[in-house]
Design a protein around this ligand. Structure first.
Ligand code: ZN
Length: 109
C-alpha cells in the first residue's frame, strides 16, 4: 500500500471519528414526556442509545488505533499475531487492526 492510499485512509478515518462524536449520547431531557408509559419508552431509548454509543466508542478506538498504525508504519500488520492483514480485508474495513483469524478469535471470547 503506498503513502497516498494510506493518507486517504487516514483522512477517511479522521472524518468518521469526528462524525461519530457528533451523535448525542442520550436524548434531550427537556423534551421528555412525563406520562408513565412514555417514561418506559424513553428508558428503552436511553438503553438503546447507550448500547449504540458503546459500539461507536469501540469503533472509534479501533479507528484511532488504525491511524496510529498508519503513522508508525505498521498499518496492515495484525496487532495480535503480527501477520499481514489481507489487502481485501483492509480495503473493506479501513480500521481493521487485526487479521480475520484474530478478529474471529476475539469475537468468540
Ligand atoms: Zn492476527
Amino acid at each position: 500500500m503506498d503513502k497516498t492510499q494510506l493518507m486517504k485512509i487516514k483522512k477517511d478515518l479522521v472524518t468518521r471519528i469526528k462524525s461519530s462524536n457528533n451523535i448525542p449520547a442520550s436524548p434531550d431531557i427537556g423534551t421528555w414526556p412525563s406520562d408513565e408509559l412514555d417514561v418506559a419508552n424513553v428508558n428503552l431509548v436511553i438503553e438503546t442509545s447507550i448500547g449504540t454509543k458503546l459500539v461507536e466508542n469501540k469503533l472509534s478506538a479501533q479507528m484511532q488505533r488504525a491511524i496510529q498504525k498508519i503513522d508508525s508504519g505498521t498499518y496492515g500488520i495484525c496487532d495480535s499475531c503480527q501477520e499481514k492483514i489481507s489487502p481485501v480485508r483492509l480495503e473493506a474495513i479501513h480500521y481493521a487492526i487485526n487479521c480475520i483469524k484474530c478478529q474471529r478469535a476475539n469475537e468468540y471470547q
